[in-house]
Design a protein around this ligand. Sequence first.
Ligand code: AMP
Ligand code: MN
Ligand code: MN
Ligand code: MN
Length: 284
Amino acid sequence: MKTDLHAHSRCSDGALEVEELIDRACAQGLDILALSDHDTVSGVDRALIAAQGKLILVPGIELSTTWKNTQIHIVGLFIDNHNQVLIDVINEQNKSRLERSFAIGRKLEKLGFKDAYERTKAQAGENAIITRGNYARYLYSIKAGCSIDDAFNTYLKRGKKAYVKTEWISVEKCVQTIKAAGGIAVLAHPKRYEITNMKLKELIADFKACGGEAMEVSNCQQKPDERQYLARLCQEFELYASMGSDFHNEGTYRELGMNLELPNDVTSVLDSPIAKSFLASRNN
Ligand code: AMP
Ligand code: MN
Ligand code: MN
Ligand code: MN
């Protein structure tokens, strides 16, 4: 079963509507796709409907957390997107997100980008949760960078002029919330944080102690040996292994379902009891 367990739509900072995302996933030959928008599940019900007869849609979310002063992303998979504990945390988190996106907008205004928040919001869409990814895409669209990445690195990255620090929920609260919603917590893109390997091990140990059960091992673009290194960590900490493209938009090196095979020596998150019972219910 070709699987991708990390992808974004226009409900947060992806460029495609959920229906378009699902059609693209089908065109890439995917059998299983998780929708994991940032701090929102607003696209999940629509996605479940759009996926009928096309592929198995896994309800998911990518939550931002703060761990020892670093922003860490945790993906929740196989969640009940109507769970009240989850909805309450999402609402709380979105207050921080909104305040932060206004603050980023004010900083960009000072740098000469008129109505930065309003224009980013207009481009992102009425119901989108705004992340720095949306700002980066807006800045690129007005040629304030030679790529989305470049705009991000010039203005929005930690230490840059429009960066705004935010206190997200803790790893513990995040994992507990995902569990309350019946899901599995997956540590997202572990090698994308600017921390040493020793710190990463500390993070994984804390995550596991909080009840975290899986980590992403396969992403579509990884440095040589990175996947093998993550597979070793996954075994060492007895976690399930996940695979996700973190697809946002076309035109980058990230593509739905691309290059996501798991190494042989790890146990796939699809083999966890929660995933198995979810998949069994979809196949009936
Ligand atoms: P936030 O959660 O608001 O801090 O924004 C994080 C999002 O910014 C990520 O999910 C990506 O979509 C985007 N992002 C992070 N790093 C980069 C980068 N180097 N270039 C472009 N976009 C990025
Ligand atoms: Mn993003
Ligand atoms: Mn992320
Ligand atoms: Mn993501």
